[in-house]
Design a protein around this ligand. Structure first.
Ligand code: SAH
Ligand code: SF4
Ligand code: F3S
Length: 480
C-alpha cells in the first residue's frame, strides 16, 4: 500500500508541466479526482470556507483561492464546520494576530470531530517567521501554511499535503513573477477588484506591508485591460484597481503607461460603467491623475487619500514624504478641480513621539480637509519596522483618549459633508438587497451608501435615487 502511494506520487509529479499556470491546472485535475474519491466515500459533496482578513488585496487573493478550490470541486459554505477552512490572514496590526490564534484553536477542536477536515493558513501573517514557528509548535493540526507570494500554488500544496499526511509549510520570502489566468470566483457578479500592482516600496516606518508583500511589481497594462474586458463580458459594471500605491504604477517596471493613462485605458472597455481605485499616496499624486478623474465620467469622484498624521514632524518620522501644508494643498486642488469629490482617509493615533500638539495638528487637518469618512487606527507596534524601536512610545491611556476625541471630530466633519447632498437625485449602483425589509443598498459615485425601497431584480443595476434623509454616514432615499 505504502509503496503504491509512493509510486502514485512519483507518477503524478513526473507528469506535471513545469510552466505556470498549466502546472496548477494539472494539479487542480489531480485534486479533483482525490476529492471525488472522498465524496464517493462520504456520499456527499465536500465544502469549503474561505475567510478573509485585512485589505482589498487579500480580498482579491481570496477570489483566486476560492476559484481554485471550486475548480477542484469544493462547494462554498458559510460555516467553519466546512471540510476545508482557509484563513487568508492580515498582520497590519497586532490585535488581528491575537484573535487569529484563538480562531485556529477553535478550528482544532472541530477537527477532532472530522479528522478529514483540512485547515489552511495563508496571507500576510504567514510571511512572518515567528507566526509560522508558533503555529508549527502549538497548532500541529494545521494542514498547510503558505504565504502571499505563492497563493497560485494552492492546488499543488493540497496535493503535497495529501501525500505527506502532515503539515506542509511553503512560504517564500520573495515573489517569483506574476502568474496570470488562474481561476477566480467573484464575490459579487457586478463589481470586482483588479490588481494592477503588488507589493510596496515605501517603507512607512510603522508599516509591515513592504516586508510581507515584497517589492513593487506592476502588471502589464494589456493583462489588466484584458481582465477588465473579461469581467465586463461577464456582467461586471464596476471595477476597483488595486495597489498599495497606485501612483507609482509602472514606474518600477519602466512601463510608459502612467496610472492616469491606465485609468483611461480601462475606462475604454465597453460595459464598464464605474472605476474606483485604492490607494493613492499623497506624496506623488499627479496633476495628470486629478485631471483624468475630473474629465473621465467613468472614474468615481472619490479619492481615498491616507493622511496618517497631520503633524509635519510626525509625518517625517513616519517616512511619508509630505508635510501638513502639502497635504492640505493637495486636498484643496483635488476639491477645486473635481466638483462633488469626496475625500476619505486613514489616520493613525499614538505614533511614537506624538505629543498633544502633534495630535491637534491632525485634528486641524481633519477639519480643514473636510473628510467625508476616516478610518482611524491606534498605532500598533510591528516587530521589525523602524517605528517599533523609536523612543517615546505613547502610553495606551493617552492614545485611547486621543482616539476618542478624534472619532468625535471625524463623525462631526463627515456628517456635515454628507448632509450637503440632502435632496439631490443621484445615480447609485444597487449592491445589496435585504429581503426582510424590502430595501436595497446603493452606492453613490462618491462612495456614500443609500438605503431605499426596491425589489431584488435591481441588484447590480445603476439607478437614480433621491436622497431624502441623511443619517450621518448614510442616506435613506427613494427611487427617482
Ligand atoms: N498602502 C496604503 C495603506 C495600507 S495599510 C497607504 O499607504 O495608505 C492600511 C492602513 O492601516 C494604513 O493607511 C494605516 O493607516 C494603517 N496602518 C498601517 N500600519 C499600521 C500600524 N502599525 N498601526 C496602526 N495602523 C497602521
Ligand atoms: Fe504601508 Fe506606507 Fe506602503 Fe501604505 S505606502 S502599504 S502605509 S509602507
Ligand atoms: Fe493586512 Fe496584508 Fe492588507 S497585512 S492590510 S492584508 S497587505
Amino acid at each position: 500500500m505504502e509503496q503504491s502511494k509512493e509510486l502514485y506520487e512519483q507518477r503524478v509529479r513526473s507528469l506535471a508541466p513545469a510552466e505556470e499556470p498549466e502546472r496548477q491546472y494539472y494539479f487542480i485535475d489531480v485534486m479533483r479526482s482525490v476529492i471525488a474519491e472522498k465524496e464517493a466515500r462520504k456520499g456527499r459533496k465536500l465544502t469549503m470556507h474561505v475567510e478573509t482578513f485585512g485589505c482589498q488585496m487579500n480580498a482579491k487573493d481570496s477570489e483566486t483561492l476560492s476559484g481554485i478550490l471550486s475548480s477542484i470541486g469544493f462547494e462554498e459554505s458559510d460555516s467553519e464546520d466546512a471540510d476545508l477552512v482557509l484563513y487568508n490572514t492580515c498582520t497590519v496590526r497586532e490585535n488581528a494576530n491575537t484573535k487569529l490564534y484563538g480562531r485556529i484553536g477553535y478550528l482544532g477542536n472541530r477537527k477532532k470531530r472530522n479528522p478529514d477536515k483540512r485547515i489552511l493558513l495563508c496571507g500576510c501573517m504567514m510571511q512572518e517567521p515567528q507566526a509560522v514557528e508558533k503555529i508549527r509548535k502549538s497548532y500541529r493540526f494545521v494542514d498547510v501554511i503558505f504565504g502571499t507570494h505563492n497563493i497560485y500554488k494552492l492546488a499543488e500544496l493540497l496535493f503535497d499535503r495529501e501525500v505527506a499526511g502532515e503539515l506542509v509549510i511553503d512560504v517564500w520570502d520573495k515573489p517569483a513573477g506574476i502568474v496570470e489566468d488562474l481561476p477566480r470566483r467573484n464575490k459579487y457578479g457586478f463589481k470586482a477588484g483588479i490588481n494592477i500592482m503588488y507589493g510596496c516600496n515605501n517603507f512607512c516606518s510603522y508599516c509591515i506591508v513592504p516586508y510581507v508583500r515584497g517589492r513593487e511589481r506592476s502588471r502589464n497594462p494589456e493583462d489588466i485591460v484584458a481582465e477588465a474586458r473579461h469581467l465586463a463580458e461577464n456582467g461586471v459594471r464596476e471595477v476597483m484597481l488595486l495597489g498599495q500605491n497606485v501612483n507609482s504604477y509602472g514606474k518600477t517596471d519602466r512601463m510608459d503607461v502612467s496610472f492616469a493613462k491606465l485609468l483611461r485605458m480601462v475606462s475604454e472597455v465597453e460595459g464598464i460603467r464605474r472605476i474606483r481605485f485604492m490607494t493613492p499616496h499623497p506624496k506623488d499624486l499627479s496633476d495628470e491623475l486629478i485631471a483624468e478623474i475630473a474629465a473621465n465620467p467613468k472614474v468615481c469622484r472619490h479619492v481615498h487619500l491616507p493622511l496618517q498624521s497631520g503633524s509635519s514632524r510626525i509625518l517625517k518620522a513616519m517616512n511619508r514624504h509630505y508635510t501638513k501644508e502639502q497635504y492640505l494643498d493637495l486636498a484643496s486642488r483635488i476639491r477645486e478641480r473635481i466638483p462633488g469629490v469626496a475625500i476619505t482617509t486613514d489616520i493613525i493615533v499614538g505614533f511614537p513621539g506624538e505629543t498633544e500638539e502633534d495630535f491637534r495638528e491632525t485634528m486641524d487637518v481633519v477639519r480643514k480637509a473636510g473628510f467625508i469618512a476616516a478610518y482611524t487606527f491606534l498605532y500598533s507596534k510591528r516587530t521589525g519596522t523602524p517605528a517599533a524601536s523609536m523612543p517615546d512610545q505613547v502610553d495606551e491611556a493617552t492614545a485611547g483618549e486621543r482616539f476618542k476625541r478624534l472619532l468625535a471630530v471625524v463623525g462631526e466633519v463627515g456628517a456635515a459633508q454628507a448632509e450637503a447632498m440632502n435632496g439631490q437625485t443621484v445615480e447609485v449602483l444597487c449592491e445589496e438587497y435585504k429581503a426582510s425589509e424590502g430595501t436595497m443598498t446603493g452606492r453613490l459615485d462618491n462612495n456614500l451608501l443609500v438605503h431605499f425601497p426596491a425589489d431584488e431584480s435591481l441588484l447590480g443595476e445603476l439607478v437614480s435615487v433621491k436622497l431624502t434623509t441623511c443619517k450621518g454616514f448614510y442616506y435613506l432615499g427613494e427611487r427617482a
